[in-house]
Design a protein. Sequence first.
Lengths: 105, 105
Amino acid sequence: MAARFIALFNQPEDPEAFDRHYREVHAPIIRRYPALRGLRLTRAEGVAGRSSPIYLVAEVAFDSRADLEVALASEPGVESGRDLRNFAGAGVTLLIADDASTLGA
Amino acid sequence: MAARFIALFNQPEDPEAFDRHYREVHAPIIRRYPALRGLRLTRAEGVAGRSSPIYLVAEVAFDSRADLEVALASEPGVESGRDLRNFAGAGVTLLIADDASTLGA
């Protein structure tokens, strides 16, 4: 069953610098993850006229939870975690969304 | 182009009561949204042994941003917003993720 690693990036002080770093440095590291199935980068927008505390939603997709765990423990996995310091100073929330763990509703 | 309304629910004090309310009251309201394409409810897990500040990721999918806006302004859209008071006291972050607005990376 598929699983996603999701990073919710808070609004950066300098969005242009953030975008540039993500594009030129961070995304290329993620693309080296073993068994990566997809990288989806969506800008978050606020609801009902409110601004969003989150700037970017990064969803890193794998075919399985096991593949996700292998990727995070791999050399690019460790490197991408370390690289957060270089551009995510405004804060980032990291989570795992495993399709095997849903609210049956 | 598709768009998602995403609700990130913080860890509730009483997860069982939260789940029950989501299942029995909140999800049925969302299922009345016009032009709803999908409701994906994934429990969030922390990364690298850390606990996650987020408990549940609710992704409400539409075929277009226009459909999303119509749904949020509809009677069930307003009702679901009002219902947050009844079970999301621990906090919720609401955002729109529009596939037309990505970081090209």
